[in-house]
Design a protein around this ligand. Sequence first.
Ligand code: SF4
Length: 387
Amino acid sequence: MNLPIGLGIPEGPPPTLAPRRKTRQLMVGGVGVGSDHPITVQSMTTTKTHDINATLQQIAQLATAGCDIVRVACPKTVDAEALPAIAAKSPIPVIADIHFQPKYIFAAIDAGCAAVRVNPGNIKEFDGRVKEVAKAAGDAGIPIRIGVNGGSLDKRLLEKYGKATPEALVESAIYEAGLFEEHGYGDIAISVKHSDPVLMVEAYRQLAAKTDYPLHLGVTEAGPKFMGTIKSSVAFGALLAEGIGDTIRVSLSADPVEEIKVGDQILQSLNLRPRKLEIVSCPSCGRAQVDVYKLAEEVTAGLDGMEFPLRVAVMGCVVNGPGEARDADLGVASGNGKGQIFVKGEVVETVPESKIVETLIAHANRIAEEEGLEQVAGAKAEVKVTR
Ligand code: SF4
């Protein structure tokens, strides 16, 4: 059955919760950062940077997952020596992450990194080297991120405030940015990360009110996948809902590809990035006439990789099922061992429960073909229908 179908692309730009806070603009390699550009998702490699092949392989995985900008650690000379090859071969801009040793800042700039992240709280004699850093970065035309972190706050501010309060984080960042500005360098992004989402949100709010630098959001050391996802989502959500934030990094004790998936989904949820596949599935309850969890997982797996916006409803019974399925681009309302398949609000067929997944995938692929898009659904995941 070939019904004409409009995909879930809304007319005009989709609504967001607030206009973006106006910032100055930066270029990190070929990626724009600031209010004139889409919010970007970052992550950081977990490989030893001096293992060039492993690092490039992980960067490729992150890029495939949707990572816009990647950061690599540079703790040793061998890591600094690997930066030219990594910067040259990476498919996305590489930021060198420098702690402790100012000499690696210059090595990273010489290596062709797209930007450098410095942590003024733990770089030796950093204040005295700002002039040199500003000149080297300015000559190379690359930005610097001043990355203040609650766990490694400048000792002076720790003494002044007693602990890493939002005020202390902000004062540190503004002070360091001011040193760069004194030397005529303003190509700066700032982060004021804290592991407590409440303190983090407050720090970024204060910072946003005081500067026009682009802000890189992060709840640092957010925790394992589940907890870290929640902490990052609520904190980023609060700030992004106020228009604050130009790049984000979800910090998880998990594969960094997971960080990209979470970051991507946070932005999609707030209409800050075009929505792709969206599964609307019910939580199931005593009325369910199908194993909703299994069905939703199988449909999600089967449609993995879908690059165009498609809202798919997977509903367990006829209470809310038909309503949600009708509102979606594609949907199923299950009951009595059957699934009513909806396409854009119309029931197009009723299939036995065992055929629901493959039928939904077939319709999704047909829609993709009609839109001139590559067939993606079902191509990446082998879907076994077991019912
Ligand atoms: S759609 Fe039906 S099964 Fe799913 S939660 Fe609602 S009432 Fe329960």
